[in-house]
Design a protein around this ligand. Structure first.
Ligand code: DC
Length: 218
């Protein structure tokens, strides 16, 4: 078992930005588990699977082979061999991922893959259930959060920078709905692990959050 750092928190809390920087500082592999759920969601959308049909999601997820590769330190997500890293970063895919990730078979398949990755390497892994379920024995656990308005503002700027048309109030509403779904689902809901350190990044810089996590690794 390598050295494992688990970072959980709600959508838009800055987990991936922070986790990538911590991984770089430590020379560890960064594992973005949300990207795996998004790749699965993209597969379901492409195959026109009804998000409310549990059996169809369970059957569909068996035909989706999701793997991670690393190119120059960047994580690449492959869906049945196709690089979908760019295609999964839309609000449509994120919202579908939030629904389909509540499915037991989707979670069993992806959690197994995540645990295998962490067994063989030093990792910084981010998601919703890393500290509580995927890596309960992680060496460092962080629960990273920020207010819904702050998180919506950050997402808005990211989408605008990519040239995507978006509206701040709609993003905030989606974030609140997604938080609710992620926190109230039956299997592995988003919650702070008992032994996780809470960091509210609303008034902190990226550098301050990274420093705080690196300090926890000493
Ligand atoms: O972090 P993200 O926005 O890329 O995640 C997309 C969705 O995937 C999120 O709404 C919930 C789900 N997810 C999950 O259930 N468990 C994880 N470990 C990571 C993401």
């Amino acid at each position: 078992m390598g050295f494992n750092i688990a970072i959980d928190g709600p959508a838009g809390a800055g987990k991936s930005t922070i986790a990538k920087k911590v991984a770089k500082e430590k020379g560890y592999i960064y594992v973005d588990t949300g990207a795996m759920y998004r790749a699965m969601a993209l597969y379901l959308i492409r195959n026109k699977i009804d998000p409310n049909d549990e059996n169809a999601i369970s059957a569909g997820c068996r035909s989706a082979d999701i793997t991670l590769q690393y190119e120059r330190g960047e994580q690449i997500v492959l869906l049945n061999g196709e690089n979908v890293s760019g295609l999964i970063r839309t609000e449509e895919v994120g919202n579908m991922a939030s629904v389909s990730s509540a499915n037991k078979d989707v979670r069993t398949k992806l959690v197994e893959l995540q645990q295998k990755l962490a067994a063989d390497a030093d990792v910084v892994m981010d998601g919703r259930d890393i500290g509580t379920c995927v890596l309960p024995d992680a060496d460092v656990k962080v629960y990273l959060t920020a207010s819904a308005r702050e998180r919506a503002g950050r997402r808005y700027k990211q989408l605008k920078a990519k040239g995507q048309d978006c509206d701040l109030d709609t993003i905030e509403k989606d974030i609140i709905e997604r938080d609710h779904r992620d926190m109230t689902r039956e299997i592995s809901p988003l919650k702070q692990a008992e032994d996780a350190v809470l960091i509210d990044s609303s008034d902190l810089t990226i550098g301050q959050v990274v420093r705080a996590i690196l300090d926890l690794c000493k």
